[in-house]
Design a protein around this ligand. Structure first.
Ligand SMILES: Cc1cc2nc3c(=O)[nH]c(=O)nc-3n(C[C@H](O)[C@H](O)[C@H](O)COP(=O)(O)OP(=O)(O)OC[C@H]3O[C@@H](n4cnc5c(N)ncnc54)[C@H](O)[C@@H]3O)c2cc1C
Length: 334
């Protein structure tokens, strides 16, 4: 007999798999909310040679996995992936679709929602089921000054993109087995309007910013690109990762993937350094889970200084340079 449970879909965003754990985090959250709506946790995987991801998603909490595995899906194509996802959703009618708010998911999710004529809450930081059985999608609103709780009462599916690093993944369990349903590539696939000319490998971070135990965040107060570079040296010495504020990204002192804040990543390190950062809500909303904060700012009244466990009123560049020197000295003598 067909399983009549309400399907909660998690889109399998497996790119950069070892650093991007958001799909696994969403599978865990889907498992947590499923009992409230008699839900069945499903993953959807599109791509080529994706067998190992299918197996991983099963081991991390998917009960059912829809897979389309075809050479034409080797590289991501917005048009084609959207077409396939929409077609599948129209046929299977999931209750909920969750997508990681990665660069990829932020493009793909809204396209799918538009075609399905449903709503989508972007960049969620919380997901619950309310008494009416609706998905409550919590997202920062009005520049991060408040958290909005959004529901989609009528249209289906209820859709959300969710920030990486919010939920804890379920530990890998080889004994968990998912039902795998293969969906062949349909004959009527659209021609791509965008052609991929070249793919370039950019060496990634050693670890994911969201999971780093030490994060060194730098802001405009670092003064220049060459001074900002010192933060990378400090991060290496402390086995940490570098984060940045928006002005830093705009000045191209760091890559966009280092952005910490409402429009970027959420961090929860044991130790956070904050160099030359004023503490605008759009940034601080993403660092409140840090266990211990050391802030360095010329202005002792800056918000970031008030949030910090240790506030050093000084030149950020000078403190960074002194820390590097001291750490190197200790490393040498140990
Ligand atoms: C919709 C929206 C979304 C946004 N999303 C984000 C986001 O995701 N992330 C984000 O970071 N921002 C975001 N912003 C921008 C945010 O509002 C702030 O403008 C930004 O965080 C400020 O960055 P900052 O602290 O580096 O710069 P500033 O606010 O200019 O602060 C620089 C600080 O450095 C200090 N300083 C100056 N010189 C020195 C020195 N020599 N030594 C020590 N300290 C010094 C100053 O006292 C000051 O406190 C967003 C804004 C909007 C409107």
């Amino acid at each position: 007999m067909a399983d009549k449970r309400n399907e909660i879909w998690v889109f399998g965003d497996y790119r950069n798999y070892f650093q991007n754990r958001v799909t696994l985090q969403l599978l865990a959250r889907a498992n947590a909310i499923a009992p409230a709506i008699d839900g069945l946790v499903c993953a959807v995987v599109l791509g080529h040679d994706v067998g190992e991801y299918v197996w991983e998603y099963g081991a991390h909490g998917a009960d059912r996995i829809y897979v389309t595995d075809h050479p034409d899906l080797k590289t991501y194509s917005g048009d084609l992936y959207t077409h396939l996802m929409v077609k599948l959703a129209e046929e299977k009618r999931p209750e909920i679709i969750l997508i990681g708010a990665t660069d990829f998911g932020r493009e793909f999710g809204p396209r799918v929602a538009k075609r399905l004529e449903t709503g989508l809450t972007a960049d969620c930081v919380g997901l619950e089921i309310n008494r009416d059985g609706l998905l409550v999608q919590t997202a920062p609103g009005f520049g991060g000054n408040l958290l909005a709780e959004i529901v989609t009462p009528k249209a289906r599916p209820q859709m959300a993109t969710v920030r990486p690093g919010i939920f804890q993944e379920i530990p890998h369990d080889d004994d968990r087995k998912a039902e795998v349903i293969e969906i062949p590539l349909p004959p009527d696939i659209p021609r791509d309007r965008v052609r991929l000319l070249r793919c370039e490998y950019r060496p990634g971070r050693d670890q994911c910013l969201e999971d780093a135990r030490v994060v060194i965040c730098g802001g405009r107060g670092m003064g220049s690109k060459s001074k900002f570079k010192k933060l990378f040296e400090l991060a290496r010495l402390l086995n940490g990762e570098v984060g940045a504020t928006r002005p830093v990204i705009y000045s191209r002192w760091a890559d966009h993937e280092a952005l910490v804040g409402q429009a970027g990543r959420q961090v929860k390190p044991r130790l956070l350094f904050s160099f030359g950062i004023s503490g605008a809500i759009q940034h601080t909303a993403a660092v409140t889970d840090a266990e211990f904060i050391i802030a360095v700012n010329k202005n002792p009244h800056a918000t970031m200084m008030k949030m910090a466990d240790v506030a050093i009123a000084a030149d950020a560049n000078q403190v960074c340079t002194a820390l590097i020197k001291e750490l190197k000295r200790r490393l040498k003598s140990s």
